[in-house]
Ligand binder design. Sequence first.
Ligand SMILES: [Zn+2]
Length: 650
Amino acid sequence: MGLIPDNVIDEILTRADIESVVGRYVLLKRSGGNLWGLCPFHSEKTASFSVNPAKGIYKCFGCGKGGNAINFIMEIEHLNYPEAIRHLGALYGVEIPETTSSGNDVRKDEKNRVYDILKEAAKFYYKSFNDPDIGQPAREYASKRGLSKQTLDNFGIGYSPMSWNALYDLLKSKGYKDEELTNSGIFKKSEKTGKPYELFRGRLMFPIFDSFGKIIAFGGRALGDEKPKYINSPDSLVYDKRNHLYAMNFARKEQSKQLIVVEGYMDAIAMHVAGFKNTVAALGTSFTDSQLKLCSRYAEEVVFFFDADNAGQNAALRAIKMMMEYLKKLTGINIRIKIAKVPDGKDPDEYIKVNGADKFKDVVRNALYVEDYLLERAKNDNTDPETGSLDSGKYQQDILVYGSWMNDEIKMSKMAGVAGPVLGATQQAVLSQMKKYQQIEDKKLEQQESRALERERREDIGRRNNVEEYDEPDNSMPAEVVTEQPVFKKVNDSATKEEIDLFAYALSLGSALANNDRIQKTDIIRPDDFSGDTLRELVKIFLNIYDGKNETLFAKMSDYFSRLTINGMPAEDVILKAVEAADKSSDVHVKSDMYLALLLKVRESIINCEEDRLMNLRGNASAEDKKKIDEMLSRLSDYKLSLRNRIGEL
Ligand SMILES: [Zn+2]
């Protein structure tokens, strides 16, 4: 496949045994011929993820993901095919020949070009900011916001002039192509002219860095009241906003055990200036699980800020619920979450300006762990401000709901311990009620999740069934990608049980198919033994790979399974189930007899169809044609007889 030679892929699949590849990510336990563990691709409590070392494949019966060692690495490390091969090659000592124009290098080249464009753009914005004429409005705004020269330089802040093409012309003069410019996310393609134009005009520009200080995107703030106030680069070849946090490149160097999360770049910068250099900002999305994971890489504790007003406090509740759900899923990470309230309805930036950094230190210090915050919320929200009396019915309701969100029993029991005396109940009673709530919540979550999985599965099958699209030239895809896919016209994915079993026995026999005194050369399956397109195609591929001794046959086939359906189901589900059944017998003779019996049955039914067809033709045929047809029919019936005899011998 592609430009990596087949023998190298063979070598990888032989050396990178699936058990050790998956074992780096998943704790596996043996049960029967398979190994089982918790699926790394979807959240689950009982193991439905299986690894079959003999076949070199994995399969999750929960979410349906499956394949060979290369597919596993692609999926879990988010790599493309050649990248995954290189990754495994490095791990298992297989040398991958360097090809100058393999898909991997093209992708890498493309990415590097985008990084270069973004760097050039940052220089251009910086220069414009400092240009005596052009940068004037931006410098005025910056000084109004109290940004010192040092701060501006530290964060690489610049200005995008009011122009549609100044940066465009500069980059074109440096030899960048239109397509590369739109890849970078800071240009948009004009629907009218098809040419790229600049996304940022007349804005204060904030380069967005990845954790290691590479520019991956920009944010632009309006200088006046124009809308929108902020524009951010869209996700691009090098940028996925869900995976990054603004200023993490600076914050991680602090090696503080704590990270502070604020809303925007301006807040983050103000915090850094005030000495809170362990501050990061989410990039215009609600906080994601990958961002939480990123935090856990550098810190043990994350402090979130919310406004003290109603909207801010409601946002806090939503965020806590979501965060606790992340923590339930990300079982491997260990991070504590705290909630801070900025007094007087201000954002951190304003508060520091009015009250000073020392006062703000108190605000950070007063941040509460989620469970303490929620205890306080339940009490304050349900206390009458005038009489000071507590509505204990509502309080109990809130406490049970909040408790059910917790990701561990210690937090729950802590909450129950505080709420118990208030409710006149024992800690144990409150705790057990919380757990009941949690079971209901978890069930809801599980249902949501399984609906999402079901949707994904349907989309996957839809995608696989859409193979006829490959037949059309697709200009958006490079030619080599298109030709890598098997090309079909209208796909007929139907197959009878016998056909499926026959193919499964062939796979199960593997090298024994040719090295077997019972199976003759003519007994090896052929594409036209099968009625549907999918199995015909798979048999063709099988015969191509199969050379009577290929040990990685199965792992190689699994690449193709994942693109096809059989009777509307994922091909690997159907085939693997049938192979599992065939594998039950370890005796080669028994297996080959089963194989032959199925082959003869399948071939006999093809002959029956052919006989029917000929009999139909015979009705209206001329005398001469009738004679020919009769000859064919008699040959068929001879062949059928010989098949019958062989079936009888088995
Ligand atoms: Zn799964």
